[in-house]
Every structure is written in C-alpha cells, then in structure tokens.
Design a protein around this ligand. Sequence first.
Ligand code: NAD
Length: 247
Amino acid sequence: MAKRLAGKTAVVTAAGQGIGRAIAEAFVAEGAKVWATDVDVQKLADLKRVKRRKLDVMKTRAVETFAEKVGPIDILANVAGFVHHGSVLDCDEAAWDFSFDLNVKSMHRTIRAFLPGMLETGGGSIINLSSGASSLKATANRYVYGATKAAVIGLTKSVAMDFIRDGVRCNAICPGTVRSPSWEDRVEALGEEVGGKDKALEMFVARQPMGRVGTAEEIAALAVYLAGDESAFTTGVAIPIDGGWTL
Ligand code: NAD
C-alpha cells in the first residue's frame, strides 16, 4: 500500500520529545521527508531518517533563515508549547509574555515563514497543537496556558479562512492529558502539592472519562491524517482527542 505522506516534505517543531517526536516518527513512517527541529538539538540525536536542526521558535530571524534554507514544504506541524501552572494571581507579566511567545507567537512566526512557499506550490497542511485546556474547557491552574491554547484555535481558524481557496488547510489538535516527559514533571510537581505522586497520577487520569491518559502515538496518528490528502475537505477545525475529557 502507498505510504500516506509519500512525496511530501514536513517541518516539525519541538520534535525532541513527547508529541513532537511521535509526530516526526509517524510522518517518516508514512513516507514524508521530515525536518525535525527543537531548541535542544541533543534531544533529536537518536531520531532516525530525519534531517535534524536546532530551531528556537521564539527567534523570528532564526525561523526565517531556516525557512529560506528549507524552501517550500507541504506540512508544518507547530508543536512547541509550555504549560504554566497557576491562576491569574500566579502569572506575572513575564510569565504571560513567555507563554504567549512560545505557545502562540511561535506559530505566527513559522506560518509567516512557510506559508508563502505553500502558496507558491499550490497548497499545504498546517497543524497546530492546541489543547483541551483552551476555549474548549476550563481547567484549574491553567490560566495563561488555557488562554494561549484558545488563541491557537483562533489563529488556526483565521489562517484556514484566509487561504481556503489556495489549497492551504490549517487545523488544530486539542489533546487531553498525554504521557510525555514534561507531563511526567507535572505529575511530580503536583505530587508535592497533594501528598504523593500516586495521588497526582490519579488526578490526571480522572480527567479523562476513559480512565487513562493518552499516548503521543495516538496524537501523532491524528496528525498524519490531518497532514495527508485523506483530510482534504477538513480545515479550520479544532479536534479534541482526549479520552472524553471535553465530552
Ligand atoms: P514536552 O513538553 O515534553 O516537550 C516539549 C519540547 O519542546 C521539548 O523537546 C523542548 O525542548 C521543546 N521546546 C521548548 N522550547 C522550545 C523553543 N523555544 N523552540 C523549539 N522547541 C522548544 O512535549 P509534550 O508534552 O508532548 O507537548 C507538546 C505540545 O502538545 C505542546 O504544545 C503542549 O502544550 C501540547 N499538549 C500537550 C499535552 C500533554 O498532556 N502532554 C496535552 C495537550 C497539549
């Protein structure tokens, strides 16, 4: 059977670990040529059959230079993001600015850099990592994170609308709790607040009516679908993939 992304070139941000890594691996397995990028290039070292590049998505000039080097691409997966913990009272201006820079402006940078190439070659698929913690669902202690991920959905819909006749599609993925290195850190941190890691784990699992957390591979399977031609009639949507969290 033909591979689903054969002949396509993809850029994945934050491909060093977690969901970004799983997406890069799934794209490769489906025949895409993949540029795997991360601010921490060490984390890319053991990724197979990809082109590895250091890329800090908070640096506009670096993103522009990278896009010039890579040339036109078919798939852009914007994965980089950071989870700030706390309410509005825990979020000073620096924390607000950092979260919006990494979680939202990064996508503005990469889309501005790669969209012209997509328009030149007749289209492409942009996939933005949002979250269930966004405009989809209020989540305790995810004040600025939820605000950024809601903004990602708005950004996604705007790009989808403006380029809907140009063959460019733009969709958002909204995961529930997914096992990843940074999530393991969040479990540890919550464990210190609530009296143990097991209790924290239970709380994270309880979010999903399905009774478990998700895997990065499950999110990557949706990314493959959105990246490929099977989803050609789908644009501007924010798809929950969350074990029923937002049900
Ligand atoms: P993670 O948080 O474990 O890893 C993040 C990666 O981003 C790391 O490899 C890190 O080096 C890289 N990174 C950090 N700053 C960067 C920068 N400035 N430029 C480029 N790369 C940078 O991964 P994860 O938990 O799988 O999360 C990936 C995305 O999925 C994030 O946008 C996150 O908000 C979203 N998400 C995750 C979950 C979850 O439960 N894990 C749920 C919903 C949404």
